[in-house]
Structures are given as C-alpha cells and as structure tokens.
Design a protein around this ligand. Structure first.
Ligand code: SAH
Length: 205
C-alpha cells in the first residue's frame, strides 16, 4: 500500500480511557442497520463481533439464538459488556483481544460483525486487519462492516472511507456483495453519521 496514511484515530489506551465515560458511539443498543440484518436472518452460525465495545452487537446475536463472541482491545469495554450480558441473562463470550491478531484465537467464525472498527485503522493496519480476518474465516463466511462514509461532512471523528477503498481492501479472497448508505447513530444528536454498510463474503484466495 503506497497511499498516504493517517494515524489511527485513537491508541488502544485512549480508547480504553474513553470507556470511563460514555463514548459517542456507545448508544446502549445495536446500530439499526445491523439490527435489521439480524432481524432479516442474515446472521448465522458462530458470530464474532470485532471491536465490540460494550457488546451490543454480540449481545444482539445471542438474543437471536446465535453462538456469539465479542472481542475488544479495551479492558474497560469488555468489563461493561460482561456486565450487560449478566444483567440480560445472555451467554456471550467477551475477550480482551487485538483485532490484528485474530489468528491466535485459533477459531473459525461464520459471521463477523464490525461496527466502527474498520475506519479506525491507518492504511497499514487496515491491510493487516483484512489479513487477520482471513485467519478466522473460511470460504462462505460473511463479514458485515459499518463505517464512516466519505459523504459525512467535516473531519471530526475517525477517517472517512470511500466505497472504492472498501472494494480495494476486499479484492482478494473476498467478494463485496453490497455497499449501502446508512446512518450510524451516536449519543451526540438525532442526525447521526453518514456511513457505509458493506456486506462481504469470504471466497477462495
Ligand atoms: N463496536 C462498538 C465499538 C465501536 S468503537 C460499537 O458499535 O459501539 C471501536 C472499538 O474498537 C473500540 O471499542 C476500541 O477499543 C476497539 N479497538 C480499536 N482498535 C482495536 C484493536 N486493534 N483490536 C481490538 N479492538 C480495537
């Protein structure tokens, strides 16, 4: 990748510190575009929620009867996620783990959810992340990602992502089935953030 790069929006320590309060993305319920996928029966098998934060999407998968794991590098987020699972009587495995080293999980998943992680990485880590994803998915698995769109005005928050960048990142060993414009809800107001929801399937390669 020779594209100019921009540093990650926050270091792992900064992310962890943000969970001392309520970060703007932590809305206490699933993001509606991902909930719609779950309600439509699009999630199946073993589900991995990467960069799960306080766990709403892994909890959602468990609520839909699926075997769910959530991982995040922020111990404070994982602690909150475990507390929510206990409060809601849901059985979800939450682990402190680095998304760039999924291989060391030593497991395979059928559905991978990414709400707000892909857009955190700089170009180099983005490529490493996609390689990491390959180690926990076999052909037939599906990856659903919700990320900031280049159509979102301004430059506050994480880097904006273009549809072309998504297609480029998933051009080998993956098939991009759809990219649609949706909103990410935040705690900061009703207008939300312009986002892409991409549906990606793992294929040979
Ligand atoms: N999916 C959650 C959180 C999104 S914010 C939600 O929708 O609310 C992005 C999350 O990714 C943060 O919780 C941050 O701690 C986590 N994160 C950032 N870099 C990571 C990495 N390398 N490995 C695992 N998690 C990471």
């Amino acid at each position: 990748m020779s594209e100019p790069t921009r540093p990650s929006s926050h270091s792992p320590e900064e992310f962890n510190a943000m969970y001392a309060g309520t970060p703007p993305w932590d809305i206490g319920r699933p993001q509606p575009p991902l909930l719609a996928l779950a309600d439509a029966g699009e999630l199946r098998g073993r589900v991995l929620d990467i960069g799960c934060g306080t766990g709403e999407h892994a909890l959602m998968a468990a609520q839909h009867g699926l075997d769910a794991t959530g991982i995040d590098s922020a111990p404070a987020a994982i602690e909150s996620a475990r507390r929510k699972a206990a409060e809601r009587g849901l059985n979800v495995r939450f682990l402190v783990h680095n998304a760039l080293d999924l291989e060391s999980l030593g497991e395979q998943f059928d559905t991978v959810l990414d709400s707000g992680l892909f857009h955190v990485f700089d170009d180099r880590d983005r490529a490493a992340y996609v390689e990491s994803l390959k180690t926990v998915t076999a052909p037939g698995a599906r990856y659903f990602v919700l990320c900031f769109s280049d159509r979102q005005p301004g430059d506050r928050g994480p880097r904006r992502v273009t549809q072309a960048e998504i297609r480029q990142s998933f051009s080998q060993g993956w098939r991009v089935d759809a990219i649609e414009m949706v909103k990410i809800e935040t705690t900061m107001g009703p207008e939300g953030i312009v986002a892409w929801l991409a549906r990606v399937a793992r294929i040979d390669g």
